[in-house]
Design a protein around this ligand. Structure first.
Ligand code: SAH
Length: 223
């Protein structure tokens, strides 16, 4: 990535400093994977939201990204990436729910290859432009329904689902390597970031932080 944090008017020279403050807050909040923290210190989050919201991009809040969807708060992105990485280096990651592309850009710093799938065409077009302008050439984005037809992507080390489901999509586990992990917000009513690890005997489920994600839906839409 070669983007400077000073690209956009309004946030200007302060973005490097506010980004550093975000990293300190994440560390204080319990994020301990320095590789994830370094990745998040590199990605200019303010370039992934509308200009009017850029000054809030480094606050620990989720923000609207259009089409009724949201970019997750920095803590949730960090925690998801920390769980996906599990202290290992990743070869191939799949993200379902590209949204504005922010998490894909962070994952691009953590994995050799990133595949990111988005069902809403308008969001995907924006994400594609941003990821290209930030030189994230190891990310491939696709307009598709991420709940079907991804067999050709095997073998994947980690799958990150950026939308909430009631039950975990078991067929996605077939795309994973042994000990590969699926990180997904799960639950009805209350949602928890859940880590599902593929083991020899099946799957191990571990519940983590309470979260609030937009729903995991099927089918593709243009806007
Ligand atoms: N990681 C994103 C978060 C986007 S919000 C970011 O950094 O901005 C979650 C996204 O998941 C939404 O854009 C929504 O359209 C998408 N989504 C929900 N169900 C999906 C599915 N079955 N396939 C692909 N994308 C899906």
């Amino acid at each position: 990535m070669n983007a400077s944090g000073n690209v956009r008017n309004g946030i200007g020279m302060t973005s490097d400093r506010t980004r550093r403050r975000m990293i300190d807050r994440l560390r204080d909040g319990g994020i301990s994977d320095e590789v994830v923290l370094r990745a998040m210190s590199k990605v200019p989050r303010h370039l992934f939201v509308e200009e009017a919201l850029a000054s809030r991009a480094y606050d620990d809040v989720s923000l609207p990204i259009g089409s009724g969807q949201t970019i997750s708060r920095p803590y949730t992105v960090a925690r998801t990436c920390e769980l996906a990485r599990n202290g290992t280096s990743l070869k191939r990651v799949l993200e379902i729910g590209t949204g504005c592309g922010y998490q894909a850009a962070v994952l691009a710093e953590l994995s050799q290859e990133v595949y990111s799938i988005e069902r809403i065409g308008a969001l995907l077009s924006g994400a594609r432009v941003r990821l290209k302008s930030l030189n994230c050439h190891n990310v491939r984005v696709k307009h598709a329904d991420g709940s079907v037809g991804l067999e050709s992507l095997f073998p994947i080390d980690a799958i990150v689902v950026a939308a909430g489901a009631i039950e975990f999509p078991k067929h996605l586990m077939e795309l994973l390597t042994q000990d590969g992990r699926l990180i997904i917000p799960l639950g009805e009513g209350k949602q928890y970031l859940t880590e599902v690890t593929k083991s020899e005997s099946g799957y191990d489920l571990k519940k983590h932080d309470e979260v609030s994600f937009v729903p995991f839906l099927s089918g593709v839409v243009v806007k």
